[in-house]
Design a protein around this ligand. Structure first.
Ligand code: BGC
Length: 348
C-alpha cells in the first residue's frame, strides 16, 4: 500500500490542485484530486492481467473546469435533481438555483464538484477530503461540514466513506459521479457491457426527469435488469420513460435496503472481463448510461462519445425532500450523515 502526492495543475487564482494516488499490492490504483474531490483515474487489470485506466475523464485541470459533465466528482449537498428547485423544512421554504431548464436544480448547481477540498493522508491506504459548504449557498440551509474518505484495500475495493453535519436542519444527499468504461476510457461505448441491478422497483420520472413519486415494478419493462443484461439491448426501446431521458438515466430502489452495506449492481465488460461491483448502504442508485456525453475531448485527446461511460451513483432517491413516501434524507442540526459506497474490481 502506498499514497503518492503530486501536483495536478492550478486554478486561475493560483491555487494549486494536488493529486493523491493510492496503490495496493496488486498494482491497482485510484487517483483523486483536490478539485471537487474528483476521482480521476482507476487502473485495473483485465482477465489477462493487462491494466487500463477505466475512468472516463480528463488529464488536465482545464478539462474538469471547462468541459466537465461531473466526471468523477463528489456531488452535493444534494446530488441529482430537486423538482421546481424548491423544498420545505418545518414550514420554511428554501429556493435553490434552478440551473437546469431554469426549472429544476441539478447536482446543487455544481457546488461540491467545483470546490477545492482539503486533503489529509490518513494512512498508506486512505486519504480524507474535507470541505465546508457555507450557509445559503445556492439556497441550501446551514454551514455543512463534509468529509469523504477514499481508501483502497488489497481485495481491490475502493471505499468511499461520506460524513456530513450541518448547523441547521437540512437535506443531504452525496454521491460520486464517476463514468466507468471497463474496457478502458478509450475503448468506445459501454453498450456491450452487461449490467445487473439488484432492484425490483425504480422511480419513474416526468419529462423533466423528476420522479413522479411512484415506485414502479421493473417486471416486463426495459428496467428489469435483475439478471445480467446487455446495456445496449433495450436502451433505445420506444417507451415514455426512456424517451424522456434519452436512455437509462433512472433511480433504482435497491432490494433489501436496511442501512447496511449491500450489493446494488454489477457490470462486466465481456471482452476484457473487467467487472465492477457497487455496494452501498443508501436506498437508491442512479444508473446513467452517459446519454448526454457528446464528443468533448477527454484523456489523451480521446473524445467522449455518447455512452462512452456509465455512472452508478449511489444516493437517496432524486427529489426526496418533495416525496414523503421515499426514504428521507433530512438531518437535524448537529446530526451526522454517514454513508459508505464500495466499488469492487475484479476480472472474469
Ligand atoms: C443525471 C443526468 C445528467 C448527468 C450530468 C446524472 O446524474 O442523471 O441526467 O445529465 O448527471 O452529467
Amino acid at each position: 500500500m502506498s499514497v503518492n502526492v503530486s501536483e495536478f495543475g492550478s486554478l486561475n487564482d493560483g491555487r494549486i490542485i494536488h493529486k493523491y494516488t493510492i496503490q495496493n499490492k496488486n498494482n491497482v490504483s485510484a487517483s483523486v484530486i483536490t478539485y471537487g474531490a474528483t476521482l480521476t483515474e482507476i487502473w485495473a487489470p483485465d482477465k489477462n492481467g493487462v491494466f487500463k485506466d477505466i475512468l472516463v475523464g480528463f488529464d488536465d485541470i482545464e478539462g474538469f473546469i471547462e468541459r466537465t459533465d461531473y466526471q468523477g466528482v463528489i456531488v452535493g449537498p444534494y446530488a441529482n435533481r430537486i423538482g421546481n428547485s424548491t423544498f420545505t423544512i418545518d414550514g420554511t421554504q428554501y429556493n435553490l438555483v434552478a440551473n437546469e431548464n431554469k426549472i429544476t436544480c441539478l447536482h446543487s448547481n455544481g457546488e461540491f464538484n467545483t470546490a477545492v477540498w482539503n486533503a489529509e493522508i490518513v494512512d498508506d491506504s486512505c486519504v480524507a477530503f474535507s470541505y465546508m459548504s457555507p450557509d445559503g449557498l445556492n439556497g441550501f440551509p446551514g454551514n455543512l461540514k463534509v468529509c469523504v474518505k477514499y481508501s483502497l484495500n488489497d481485495e481491490n475495493e475502493l471505499k468511499l466513506e461520506y460524513s456530513a453535519v450541518s448547523d441547521k436542519k437540512t437535506v443531504i444527499n452525496l454521491t460520486n459521479h464517476a463514468y466507468f468504461n471497463l474496457g478502458g476510457y478509450d475503448s468506445g461505448t459501454i453498450l456491450n457491457h452487461r449490467i445487473t441491478i439488484n432492484a425490483n422497483k425504480y422511480t419513474p420520472v416526468d419529462d423533466f426527469s423528476i420522479p413522479t413519486g411512484e415506485t414502479a415494478d421493473v417486471e416486463n419493462t426495459p428496467f428489469d435488469l435483475r439478471n445480467e443484461t446487455k446495456i445496449g439491448e433495450l436502451i433505445d426501446a420506444d417507451c415514455d420513460q426512456l424517451n424522456f431521458t434519452g436512455g437509462y438515466d433512472h433511480n433504482f430502489c435497491i432490494n433489501g435496503y436496511d442501512g447496511s452495506v449491500i450489493k446494488a449492481a454489477e457490470v462486466t465488460d465481456p471482452e476484457s472481463g473487467r467487472t465492477l461491483e457497487v455496494l452501498t448502504d443508501l436506498p437508491g442508485v442512479q444508473f446513467y448510461a452517459g446519454n448526454f456525453l457528446k464528443g468533448v475531448i477527454g484523456k489523451s485527446g480521446v473524445p467522449m462519445v455518447k455512452r462512452s461511460g456509465f455512472c452508478l451513483e449511489t444516493q437517496f432517491y432524486p427529489d426526496t425532500p418533495n416525496h414523503k413516501n421515499f426514504p428521507q434524507c433530512t438531518f437535524n442540526a448537529g446530526e451526522t450523515f454517514n454513508s459508505t459506497t464500495i466499488f469492487r474490481f475484479s476480472a472474469k
